[in-house]
Design a protein. Structure first.
Length: 435
């Protein structure tokens, strides 16, 4: 009964945690339809900064009427921004949106429909660190003065609004100089000197340079391997060891010790994620949920020690559920970390992302193997000592050795694979720190 109540409460806390995470993650994918008018992120009432913004909006006009204007969102020096929103408004009526944007980097930007006008605003797709964003804008109405207005988000609670630049109405004098020899004075091209280099920029997103964050992700890799292999070792002992009475207490102690060690790793990661230069709420929230799940697992294992046969089964099932959910959150932390710290120019060609996908599949196979071992173990738990002895007699010595060899071989292969993938991920996210 105790285990059933804890199992029910555990699911309630998991649902509450997932709801909190969805709120904390806010608009990380740039879905800012509700902010079309105010252009303010809904980040728990955070107010815009009043200091001079470390970002700017620039533009490169077209060479003839009707040609798109290239709008640049730039950071000054090394300051990055994770999110943004850009709109074009009439100077005479700042509430009225005008024109249409065209994406130049669909992987990092998305079009929004504001005021009933499709493509009238632009936002981000991923909350990665950025220093430059380029989009094209085309006028859909008569020539008039336009204000490009942007909001830049540096971190979750730090952002600047009303970062503007005015695009004046085009005059005919700027299009009457086809030959450079007739214009010795550069009067007609002052705006073309803004930044011609961005067209050769291979990527508008840079990977995070936060060493503390990378160290936290590395600890999460070790945590994933540790919790899975502790489970495998426990189940192997239950399946293979003939004397379960001798192994029982050692097994319980190892389970509790493994959970405590995982909690220590997760608390260390939590500290690293908190003291880094760029605090990310998603990491903090996911690791907090993992710590809660681990403490729940410790309580479940402790209750199973003093329970009867039926209580042991329930607690064993609850512990397996905790393990699966913990694994999901661990993979989520590592996956988000890889996405934000991969220094490849193109995510589709990133070897690190492919390794992470393979690691996820491998971890899934590990979970299946643990479930198989747990099923065999539960079959033994439901037997009396006499029945267990009869089962041992039914199996020949060769059959038992073959079974033992299969269990050990598969477990070793899965363990070696998990270690290899974890090392590959750690090696992949750290070298960029030197660049």
């Amino acid at each position: 009964m105790w285990c059933t109540n804890i199992y029910f409460k555990m699911w309630i806390w998991i649902l509450i945690s997932l709801n909190i995470i969805s709120k904390l993650h806010a608009y990380s994918d740039g879905s800012l339809i509700e902010a079309c008018d105010s252009m303010l992120p809904n980040h728990n009432g955070a107010a815009p900064q009043t200091t001079e913004p470390p970002f700017m909006v620039e533009y490169v006009p077209g060479s003839y009427p009707g040609e798109p204007v290239t709008v640049l969102l730039k950071s000054e020096e090394s300051t990055y921004f994770r999110g943004f929103m850009l709109e074009a408004r009439e100077v005479a009526d700042e509430k009225r949106l005008t024109g249409k944007f065209v994406l130049l980097d669909p992987e990092q930007t998305r079009l929004l429909t504001c005021g009933g006008l499709e493509g009238s605003a632009v936002s981000h797709t991923l909350n990665l660190d950025k220093t430059l964003i380029r989009v094209n804008w085309t006028a859909t109405e008569a020539e008039q003065d336009i204000t490009f207005r942007a909001t830049f988000l540096h971190t979750f609670g730090i952002f600047w609004e009303n970062v503007n630049i005015i695009l004046p109405q085009r005059t005919t004098t700027t299009t009457t100089t086809p030959e450079p020899t007739t214009t010795p004075v550069p009067i007609t091209t002052p705006e073309l000197t803004t930044t011609p280099e961005p067209t050769t920029t291979p990527s508008t997103t840079k990977c995070s340079t936060n060493i503390e964050e990378r160290a936290g992700i590395a600890l999460m890799c070790f945590d994933s391997v540790l919790v899975a292999e502790m489970k495998v070792i426990s189940n192997i002992g239950k399946v293979l060891l003939a004397s379960e009475a001798v192994f029982h207490h050692i097994n319980k102690v190892c389970k509790v010790a493994g959970n405590v060690l995982c909690v220590a790793l997760e608390i260390s990661s939590l500290i690293l994620f908190s003291i880094g230069d760029s605090f990310k709420v998603i990491f903090f929230a996911l690791v907090c949920v993992m710590i809660v799940i681990n403490f729940t697992g410790i309580v479940v294992v402790s209750l199973g020690i003093r329970s009867g046969p039926e209580g042991k089964k329930i607690c064993e099932y609850a512990a397996n559920v905790c393990f699966v959910i913990h694994n999901i959150f661990t993979i989520a932390v590592i996956f988000v970390g890889v996405m934000e710290n991969d220094c490849g120019n193109n995510m589709r060609d990133s070897w690190l992302l492919k390794v992470m996908i393979a690691f996820t599949v491998w971890d899934f196979l590990n979970v299946i193997w643990i479930v198989i071992l747990s099923s065999e173990k539960r079959g033994h738990l439901g037997m009396s000592e006499r029945n267990k002895q009869q089962v041992r007699v039914c199996f020949s010595h060769c059959q038992r050795r073959l079974r033992d060899a299969v269990v050990n071989s598969v477990s070793v292969i899965l363990f070696a694979g998990a270690i290899s993938f974890s090392i590959a991920i750690i090696v992949g996210i750290f070298p960029c720190q030197k660049q």
